[in-house]
Design a protein around this ligand. Structure first.
Ligand SMILES: C[S@@+](CC[C@H](N)C(=O)[O-])C[C@H]1O[C@@H](n2cnc3c(N)ncnc32)[C@H](O)[C@@H]1O
Length: 265
């Protein structure tokens, strides 16, 4: 049986994937400065049994932006006979690889891989197994990437998808010293910089942009701890930063405003 036979795959994302984005994002999670992953893993290790009790038997766990499907293993080990794990990710190749690894490591679990954009409406495929509650799993403080009104729309959509009795487990970072944030999002090895500059390369490639990438470097906005590309210029990097953010793309396309994570108090 090939790896692909051990899980079911649903391709709902007609968009281009970026395996490079996915690989770099994985490297960011492993950086010594990136406290979020190890903190969240420590929290899951500590509370997995309590979470499992709360969720009950036969639940279907649906991870939004499943990436390497690493953290979820802690939950899957703790859950009482989980009926299914549904990995939703936009990065097709990474999704296939992670689902195959997870299915091999949890042979009794029904693993469903859904290549989709979780910010846009889509139907979940029929889920196998006994009819337990649907639980959304959204770790990594990714919810902080949304504007407040987007959060409301996102949670409203997902409440409908999870259905009556559904639950959502969301990892949210707390407000903290900007120095810690700056270190995490502007690491010494330059992995965050590579990720952010790759955004410009993708805009050029996928939306017909014409950014001269060599003219850009990693920048920090001190007030929010956000690291994003900006044009090299001594006088006022923040002004340049805003110019880049507002820059128009020559071909119609969706370029969301690039913002950093707000963190909760
Ligand atoms: C940093 S990884 C997080 C992986 C895992 N959830 C964790 O916390 O360790 C973020 C993942 O979300 C995926 N992703 C980002 N935006 C997405 C979207 N709009 N729809 C689906 N997947 C998305 C990326 O491809 C990536 O694999």
């Amino acid at each position: 049986m090939g790896d692909d036979d051990k899980f079911t795959f649903h391709d709902l994302a007609p968009t281009q994937e970026s395996f490079r984005d996915a690989v770099i994002a994985g490297l960011i999670c492993e950086l010594p400065e990136y406290y979020l992953t190890r903190t969240e893993i420590a929290i899951l290790d500590r509370f997995a049994a309590d979470i499992a009790t709360q969720l009950g038997p036969h639940c279907r766990l649906i991870e939004l932006g499943s990436g390497a499907s690493q953290k979820v293993r802690i939950l899957l080990e703790a859950l009482d006979k989980p009926a299914a794990y549904v990995a939703v990710d936009i990065s097709r190749e990474q999704l296939r690889q992670s689902a195959a690894r997870l299915a091999a490591d949890f042979p009794k679990l029904a693993v469903v891989a859904v290549c989709a954009d979780y910010t846009r409406p889509f139907e979940l495929p029929p889920l196998p197994g006994p009819d337990g509650k649907r639980v959304g799993f959204f770790p990594g403080s990714t919810i902080g990437n949304f504007e407040p009104q987007q959060v409301v729309a996102f949670l409203t959509d997902w409440a409908a998808l999870l259905g009556a009795g559904g639950e959502m487990l969301i990892g949210v970072d707390l407000k903290k010293d900007p120095k810690i944030l700056n270190a995490a999002y502007n690491d010494k090895a330059g992995i965050n910089a590579a990720f952010n500059l790759n955004l410009l390369a993708r805009i050029n490639r996928e939306l017909g942009g014409d950014f001269d990438i060599d003219q850009f470097a990693q920048a920090i906005r001190d007030d929010r701890g956000t690291a994003l590309p900006f044009r090299r210029r001594r006088a006022d990097p923040h002004r340049e930063f805003l110019q880049i953010r507002d820059r128009r793309i020559p071909r119609p396309g969706r370029l969301g405003r690039i913002r950093g994570d707000p963190h909760l108090d």
